[in-house]
Design a protein around this ligand. Structure first.
Ligand code: FES
Length: 71
């Protein structure tokens, strides 16, 4: 399924990025260009990042679980 129509980025691509080192919305956007045009896919990207953080335990510190931003 295509998540970002503007840039033609699929959910598989996003999942692959999240499984291979992307840890936040900015990582995903930088690597894939998803969300860099009209922005209507941002909410879906955030949700995918949030789920990935939950799967990974978001065990670092502080607000990681509630925030999809880097750092
Ligand atoms: S649908 Fe992703 S930037 Fe437009």
């Amino acid at each position: 399924m295509v998540v970002c129509l503007c840039k033609g980025v699929s959910d598989k691509k996003i999942k692959s990025l999240l499984e291979n080192g992307a840890t936040c919305l900015r990582d995903v956007m930088t690597s894939s260009q998803a969300g860099s045009d009209c922005g209507s896919c941002i909410c879906q990207l955030k949700e995918m990042v949030r789920k990935s953080q939950q799967r990974n335990g978001a065990a670092t510190s502080g607000n990681a679980a509630s925030d999809t931003n880097c750092g």
